[in-house]
Design a protein around this ligand. Sequence first.
Ligand code: FE
Length: 205
Amino acid sequence: MDQTTMYKLTYGLFVLTSAADGKDSGCIINTAGQVTSEPNRISIAVNNSNFTADLVKKSGKFNLSILSEEAVFDTFRHFGFQSGRTADKFAGFPDCRRSANGLYYVTAGTNGWISATVEQSLDLGSHTLFIASVEDMEVLSGVPSATYTYYQSSIKPKPAQPASPGKTVWRCKVCGYIYEGEELPADYICPLCKHPASDFEKVTG
Ligand code: FE
């Protein structure tokens, strides 16, 4: 069985936003899609360690801002590489507006947004799958949506070359962070995006 077959699946990229108890937050997800058209429903899968997952469970509603090819790496860094438990991601963040459901959506580097109300949720262990009915939506631009592949090839910063020939570094395949050293500790966690050692690749100079 070829595990890399999974890479042939296509994914979009989204800022998932929600709010509860007066706190707004958002995170990056790559798992959203339409599941029925009549009535119009979408599904999202969210890692339970994300603060935004807690907010969706509490409030039963969320917004999905669809990232476009104009999205910049800072948007991924802002929403993806810090936790809403410790950072207020909307404090001083200019590129957002509130929709009729009271939640923020992101207006820069996005080509549309969808407001949805949770109908069902399924705890999958690491993630929760939410099935939600679409309440409102708007197209913001005609720029194509960013796919995960596009993010990897064109948005994520290009890796720095190893400092000197013959030197080995390890590169996080998710965010591009470079760990300098011959061997990467098995329990290493990327300091930028919090992905494990298995998401690093060896780069030999
Ligand atoms: Fe990383």
